[in-house]
Design a protein around this ligand. Sequence first.
Ligand code: ADP
Ligand code: MG
Length: 156
Amino acid sequence: MDLATITRFLPDEDATLQLGESWAATVMPPLVVYLQGDLGAGKTTFTRGLLRGAGYKGAVKSPTYTIVESYPLPRFTLLHHFDLYRFASPEEWQDAGLDDLFASNCLCLIEWPQQGGTFVPAADLTVMLEHDGTGRKCTLTAHTEKGKKSLETWLN
Ligand code: ADP
Ligand code: MG
């Protein structure tokens, strides 16, 4: 079910970084976020912006090969950044023991969640990025009340 949808045009990489960064001030775990969009749409860029906004100073690697990168943050427990692109089958979710990472008070962002099938926990929010000219169209959709609240405090 979709409870709210907001669309933004992001003309360049900086706009994607800033959108992610601007969420850091109000985002509250636990929250599950699906990052949807083709290769190169800006999913990792958005996560990098959010991490910067949350005070993370180090490098942000794409988790394409590691499946998940986890970041301790000053304001809340952990941010887990997943990328399931390389999954050969959804069962890899279980083989990798990824459910354990959802047990605590964490913010979980998942690129290519559809690759994990029904093993992947349901999303509170979806961030969808699509090519639009030389920029990107970003559609933010809330699926739960928690997601809707976060969206409203972030962008209103
Ligand atoms: P994904 O994780 O979706 O595969 P990345 O974030 O790794 O994509 O890469 C996205 C690419 O697109 C990067 O080269 C980045 O500089 C660029 N990019 C990100 N946001 C925008 C935007 N709003 N407009 C134009 N280019 C962008
Ligand atoms: Mg990526």
